[in-house]
Design a protein around this ligand. Structure first.
Ligand code: SF4
Length: 72
């Protein structure tokens, strides 16, 4: 399930899978934030530059539970 505030675009985080480990938003703080209320991370901005895209792909790789998704 996508976070309701997930920025429109191909990257998103499965709210039911995220275990709030913090790896992704530490790696890609320009694009991923932690929602304290829900206790999960979400994409508040899709990557717009090569640097952001690189950081986001690193963040996806770092996730221990494969919660971040690229595409549908
Ligand atoms: S790396 Fe994965 S488990 Fe950790 S906060 Fe991000 S989405 Fe959640």
């Amino acid at each position: 399930m996508k976070h309701p505030q997930n920025a429109e675009g191909k990257f998103w985080i499965d709210q039911e899978v995220c275990v709030a480990c913090s790896a992704c938003f530490e790696e890609a703080p320009n694009n991923i934030k932690f929602d304290d209320t829900r206790g999960t991370s979400y994409f508040y901005k899709q990557p717009e530059t090569d640097d952001e895209l690189h950081a986001v792909r690193e963040a996806v790789e770092l996730c221990p539970v494969e919660a971040p998704k690229e595409g549908e």
